[in-house]
Design a protein around this ligand. Structure first.
Ligand code: C6P
Length: 405
């Protein structure tokens, strides 16, 4: 299989947008990726041809909607190599996926138990556990990172003990791009009989994920960072654990029998899927993953690595720019500060030149404090970005620098 960035770009209509007459240079892919035409078409097609509720109707449209909806579950099952489709729970995204686990955990934790996270967490994988620990009297322990933004694996290992109930770590840091050695970390955690949740919001689009091989207990991700729609995502969980995990929401679909006084719960995966789901979103996610799966993953990874090293070379040559996050294993994320101005000013001036990046703490405020920066400007690359776009980024940064100086 081969990989041609020009061919890929043609599939994304938004990439031919202009901003104030300049071609859009979209470098905010860690926030959300753009959508290929086939994903947009699948949403339109669902609403145009078979809009209906799933699992309920006694009619043709409901059958077709249910068929497409459940097909998407099979697509995800294969994509992450889950051992059964019952392990794939639809959620509104990574945040809800983590909340389902944290809400259950808060009922299972006892005073003195420990939950371990890291200093590089997105708030979704931090505040959730803070709340679970507060509700139960458990202790939240934070594994440190070094100045390059890499997890201190030695200190993480020392932190685990017989009180560790759950370890929750990001596959890849959103703010810095650091790729964590999750296979090794999961192995250590499981040796202590701790459950492991991997926040896969960034990991899912940048490396193959095989949950059986990883041997974690939960893996959470969103469709929108994987070329799919917003408002939908997945909680993958080990079946034996999900079967006994405390309920999340109650209502329709998650029940098997109801009386005025009581109810019995449905089987997996529906047990965690109360109410009408995001049907179009789920179908669109399935299409996105089918589209992504036929690409050449090693070639995509090589392209992203080349984009990063090309950008890093230009960053090193631009006086006054400091890269934040120098992990040896990184995805295409260039987080930086400039000595002439605040990241927000840099972002504003880049936008005037058609370059879209994200600025601020990237929902990782404690990490910014740990690294002693007010926030960063973050350019994050995806499979459709080009070397020419990186040239435009650095031309725009030079102009921004002159304007701010
Ligand atoms: N990071 C970013 O710009 P949701 O919003 O539920 O789809 O994903 C939350 C989330 C959790 N963990 C990590 C590592 C993430 O990167 C994100 C989302 C975006 O970095 C938006 S804040």
């Amino acid at each position: 299989m081969s990989f041609d960035v020009k061919v890929i770009r043609k599939e994304f209509p938004i990439l031919s947008t202009e901003i104030d007459g300049k071609p859009l240079v979209y470098l905010d892919n860690a926030a959300t990726t753009q959508k290929p035409q086939c994903v947009i078409d699948s949403l339109v097609d669902y609403y145009t041809t078979c809009n209906s509720n799933v699992h309920r109707g006694a009619h043709r449209l409901a059958d077709e909607a249910t068929k497409r909806f459940e097909h998407a579950r099979d697509v995800v099952t294969k994509f992450v190599n889950a051992s059964s489709r019952e392990e794939v729970i639809w959620t509104s995204g990574t945040t809800e996926s983590i909340n389902i686990v944290a809400n259950g955990l808060s009922q299972l934790l006892q005073e003195g138990d420990e939950v371990v996270v890291s200093e590089m967490e997105h708030h979704a994988n931090l505040v959730t556990w803070q709340q679970a620990c507060k509700a139960s009297g458990a202790n939240l322990r934070i594994a440190p990172v070094n100045d390059a933004g890499e997890l201190r694996v030695d200190l993480f290992n020392e932190m685990l003990n017989s009180k560790t109930k759950l370890v929750a770590l990001p596959h890849i840091s959103n703010a810095l791009g650091t790729i964590n050695p999750i296979k090794e970390l999961i192995k250590t955690a499981r040796a202590h009989d701790a459950w492991v949740l991997i926040d896969g919001a960034q990991g899912i689009a940048h490396s193959p994920v095989d949950v059986q091989q990883l041997d974690c207990d939960f893996y959470a991700f969103s469709a929108h960072k994987l070329f799919g729609p917003t408002g939908v995502g997945v909680l993958w969980g080990r079946k034996s654990l999900l079967e006994k995990w405390p309920l999340w929401q109650t209502g329709g679909e998650m029940i098997s029998e109801v009386s005025y006084q009581d109810a019995k719960w449905n089987d997996l995966p529906y047990r965690f899927e109360a109410g009408t789901p995001n049907i179009a979103g789920v179908i669109g996610m399935g299409t996105a993953i089918e589209w992504f799966s036929q690409l050449d993953m090693p070639a995509l990874q090589a392209h992203e690595r080349e984009l990063l090293s090309y950008a890093e070379k230009q960053a090193a040559a631009l006086e006054g720019l400091t890269v934040i996050g120098a992990a040896s294993e990184k995805i295409g994320v260039l987080s930086f500060i400039m000595d002439v101005g605040h990241p927000a000013d840099v972002g504003f001036l880049l936008d005037r030149q058609g370059v879209a990046i994200r600025t601020g703490h990237h929902c990782a405020e404690p990490l910014m404090k740990r690294l002693q920066v007010p926030g960063t400007a973050r350019a994050s690359f995806s499979i459709y970005n080009t070397f020419e776009e990186i040239d435009v980024l650095f031309e725009a940064l030079k102009k921004a620098k002159n304007m701010l100086a």
